[in-house]
Design a protein around this ligand. Structure first.
Ligand SMILES: *[C@@H]1O[C@H](CO)[C@@H](O)[C@H](O)[C@H]1NC(C)=O
Length: 128
């Protein structure tokens, strides 16, 4: 009897684990969300000097938090940023692009720019 009970309990735990794990099978971070969150950064990224706004840094921190646990999400976010920033590539200030995560106290394993290789080892490794 005890054995049956334990088996039932294990089945229940396994099912709960499956249910919890299900959403992470596909990228939880949508491109629309990434664009929306990083929109306030465009001003800083296309200017000379200045500093990112608080809204921009909130977006960058959100991005870090939303992608730190999942390689799939990092790749998805990276590809999204890459395609979006390609449309403003001519206006981007590369040094501001490089400096952005650090200025927001975040260490992304990828940069927010058009030349990022979204399949690179930096993406694969979660730096923090
Ligand atoms: C980019 O911005 C930096 C200051 O953040 C400035 O020194 C540099 O000249 C700018 N580069 C371009 C290409 O405008």
């Amino acid at each position: 009897m005890g054995g049956v009970r334990r088996t039932m309990a294990l089945v229940a735990v396994a099912m709960a684990a499956l249910l919890l794990a299900a959403p992470s099978g596909e990228a939880a971070v949508t491109c629309t969300a990434v664009q929306w969150k990083l929109m306030p950064c465009v001003g800083f990224l296309t200017t000379t000097g200045g500093s990112p706004t608080a809204a921009c840094c909130r977006g960058v921190r959100w991005l870090y938090g939303a992608t730190k646990g999942s390689l799939k999400d990092r790749i998805a976010a990276c590809s999204c940023i890459k395609s979006v920033s390609a449309s403003i590539a001519g206006e981007l200030n590369a040094s501001n692009v490089d400096a952005l995560p650090g200025l927001c106290d975040v260490h992304l394993s990828y940069s927010i720019g058009p030349s990022t290789d979204c399949s690179s080892e930096r993406i694969m490794a979660n730096i923090l």
